[in-house]
Design a protein around this ligand. Sequence first.
Ligand SMILES: [Zn+2]
Ligand SMILES: [Zn+2]
Length: 556
Amino acid sequence: MRKKDNRVLFLPLGGSGEIGMNLNLYGHKGQWLMVDCGMMFADDYTPGVDLIFPDPSFIEDESDRLVGLMVTHGHEDHIGAIPHLWSRFKCPIYATAFTAEMIRGKLQEAGIEDEVILHIVEAHEDIEVGPFSVRYIPLAHSIAEGNGLAIKTEKGTLFHTGDWKLDDDPLIGPACPSEALTSLGDEGVLALIGDSTNVFNPAESGSEATVRENLIKVVQDMDNRVVITTFASNVARLDTIGAVAKATGRSLALIGRSMQRIYNVGKSTGYLGDLPPLVDEEHIADIPRDKILIACTGCQGESRAAMARIARGEHKNVQLSPGDNVLFSSKIIPGNDLTLGHLFNTLAASKINVITEKDAPIHVSGHPGQPELARLYDWVRPKMLFPVHGEVRHLMKHAEFARSLAIEHTLVPANGDIIEISSTGLKKIDEVPVGRLALDGKIIVSIDDIAITERRRSSLSGFVTISLVFDDNGALAAEPAMALMGLPSRDPELFYDEMLAELEAAIDRMARKGRLSDKDVEEVSRITIRRFCRKTNGKNPGVATLITRQEYIDFR
Ligand SMILES: [Zn+2]
Ligand SMILES: [Zn+2]
């Protein structure tokens, strides 16, 4: 891409084909603009790994052409990879105040706060970044300061929605800014790049204000302690929980590290001013059961978060008794059903009342349903549309839905696709290698890293380590030693002895030349152990063979 090249390009490195780890690039006149740099949580496929990032290798190589990272909002799937990946591409970061504060906390933790230029931007102002002019347009979402980005280029304006919904009464931030969007539409929008998360929802997402009314109604009728768990980053919901405490005459306590962090960030950026004074964690037990409201983290059942610890009776300062109430003011994210089911059962076994969004309307989503998509597209009137922020099925449905609204061109992108956006349409012109990285302990590795593969294998199939000592003639100089891990047997001692006998026999059967070759010995050991295990207990373990040759040993 040269300076004179005034094509407009779109290249997602993450988030197109998955919900999580968003990383998008826009190219124009030889420069790149990054939008968001998020992570996602790992699953059982990568045992021992917590976080997954998009592989930024492409932009790492092009980092001298990268003019900036524009962050739409402060959710982890949009900012979570910044502290881990920033040093690979090093560019200035732009965000509104609340989001910037969230990012700053992460940079501090990573110890790179002083290296990063972090610009705080105002909404509705044009920011010149290289060949791009970017304007933040506030949109409601399940966090403070959700923003869409109007990205102006010489070839036309792109509207990158970020995560959004329409809410006439979002409690925090401006009510749905149809005027800003209509005037953007009047100026002309070439392409819209938009949130596909809830495209299957035929209904509107609903308003934060109704959640407030409903939570007050539900809590009013409750005796004993009330615990409400929600996503800490939903500042409007935190504000609501404060309002519920006031309306029901209860004192409020916030439990959990991220609750505290969001409370501090919110306060320092002008939110949560109406929250009643907070009760210290240590003093919760002093307050009568029907006079306390506890807000805590862990609404997805995360085992280390406050909610799960409280449910297990392991929390230092919060103990629940039969007849107390726990409200999940949150969505059950697909994939977390089992963990949450377990948590609900733990609470039920202690005779604690559990109320979720299935029992009462105490949660609304932060993403647009079909009526909202239709309304926004009617204001913005984009000529073309890329669905992003979704799994493939979401993206396909979103493209189909856009076509039903007479949007002329749609194209479903995949991570790594370079797509040219021009007034005549959308065209995939190239692709770049993409992949996923994993934070494994303190080290970032490829998701296919041998360490993860080995761990997965041994966690499923067990592991056998063998130590063999040979004399200089290639004969076993001692009985092999073995360490077995994760292998089932009816009689462990017998199992060990039989495995040992098979191994010794297999090595004795080898020709002298083979026994003098480490490679051959390793192979025979592996094949023998696996064959024995498959036959005896049906497992196919990993095998490591440690070989000692006697010439290296000084027996004197
Ligand atoms: Zn979000
Ligand atoms: Zn998101």
